[in-house]
Design a protein around this ligand. Structure first.
Ligand code: SF4
Length: 353
């Protein structure tokens, strides 16, 4: 079930029917404040809407304050163990913190953090990871690891509710898709709070992207999840691009245009991958929002197979044909490809603005 309640982080609504948000986490250490500012700029350009930043200890609170002042990207400080670090993060001006109430030093300390968050109007994300569960928690759930994960989140959630705090995002993550899905399904059925989803420690490159996409898509297709992070051993920008590609494939949200391209076979009249590369170099990823552009290898099958695309190119003996919704528009050669793209796609979009 999609969440009923929503939170607002620096103007960004999460949950309560808002579009599924795309998050990431800074890879740059806070010690390198200017590097963090640059990374935030790259993330903003890629469409990132919220970024977590690790705050390992209080001594870096001034660097965090500097970062908050110098980026438009909403930030969530990620804190473990020390409640004083959480208080320092809130004083530094972050609009959200991510804590694990279970590993903070006592209920009085936690109450202090919650009171400070209320005072600043900050959001708190709580959550549990499969790797942090202990044997007692697994035993209590009778070996149902997904249920154990959900129960661990519930414990934290109850602490916040006991302190009269509801501006929270909850999350339950594991590197197992089945466990994560089970935990998130249980939580989203029972609680109205926005849910952050993702598959943790998914890996890198193609396997990491596929694992994240499979897990996140399973959850989203069941209406579970309000904000996502693709956790990759790679760049934060790649995480954001993958997040949007998942949302776009599920037709939930589009950022820029969508590519349709054929795999190419012995009938091809053009090198499909080469033309896709050229197209991508001319049409920015965030342009032509919601538009589908096809690149097909031959004119025999291409225009028909891609007739659902808004615009398309198909290889022909002398170069390519350009079509709109499957209907022929004009012919061109590789030399006139860029000119055709600019005239028919980019200028057409400008005229619609
Ligand atoms: S569109 Fe043409 S080149 Fe591409 S896979 Fe189909 S038949 Fe082959």
């Amino acid at each position: 079930m999609a969440s009923i309640k929503s939170v607002c982080i620096k103007g960004l609504k999460i949950g309560g029917g808002a579009p599924v948000r795309v998050e990431s986490m800074l890879k740059t250490r806070l010690e390198d404040t200017s590097g963090c500012i640059c990374e935030c700029e790259s993330l903003l350009k890629a469409g990132c809407e919220l970024a977590r930043v690790a705050l390992p200890d209080e001594s870096l609170a001034s660097a965090l304050a500097e970062l908050v002042k110098n980026t438009a990207l909403p930030l969530m400080a990620d804190i473990h163990f020390n409640h004083k670090t959480a208080l320092a993060a809130l004083s530094a001006g972050v609009p959200a913190i991510r804590i694990n109430p279970g590993n903070m030093s006592g209920s009085a300390a936690l109450a202090e953090v919650i009171a400070a968050a209320k005072d600043k109007g900050a959001v708190i994300r709580i959550g549990a990871n499969g790797g942090s569960l202990n044997n007692a928690q697994f035993a209590a759930a009778k070996g149902d690891r997904g249920a154990a994960l959900a129960a661990a989140v519930e414990e934290q959630l109850c602490v916040l509710l006991e302190n009269g705090f509801e501006d929270m995002i909850i999350s339950a993550k594991s590197s197992s898709i089945a466990e994560t899905l089970r935990a998130d399904a249980l939580l989203s059925e029972k609680y109205p709070f926005p849910l952050h989803i993702g598959i943790t420690e998914a890996g890198c490159g193609n396997p990491g992207i596929v694992k994240s996409a499979a897990g996140i898509a399973l959850m989203l297709s069941q209406g579970i999840g309000d904000t996502l992070r693709v956790s990759l051993t790679g760049s934060a920008v790649e995480e954001v691009e993958t997040g949007y590609n998942i949302l776009s494939a599920l037709m939930l949200r589009h950022r820029g245009w969508q590519l349709i391209s054929c795999p190419g076979c012995g009938r091809r009249r053009i090198e499909v991958a080469e033309l896709v590369g050229k197209l991508r170099s001319i049409v920015p990823a965030d342009a032509c929002a919601g538009m589908t552009i096809a690149v097909m290898g031959c004119e025999v099958n291409g225009p028909k197979e891609a007739s659902h695309a808004d615009l398309g190119f198909a290889g022909s003996p002398g170069g390519f044909i350009f079509f709109r919704k499957g209907s022929f528009v004009c012919r061109g050669t590789m030399e006139t490809f860029e000119e055709t793209v600019r005239r028919e796609i980019l200028n057409a979009e400008l005229q619609q603005l």
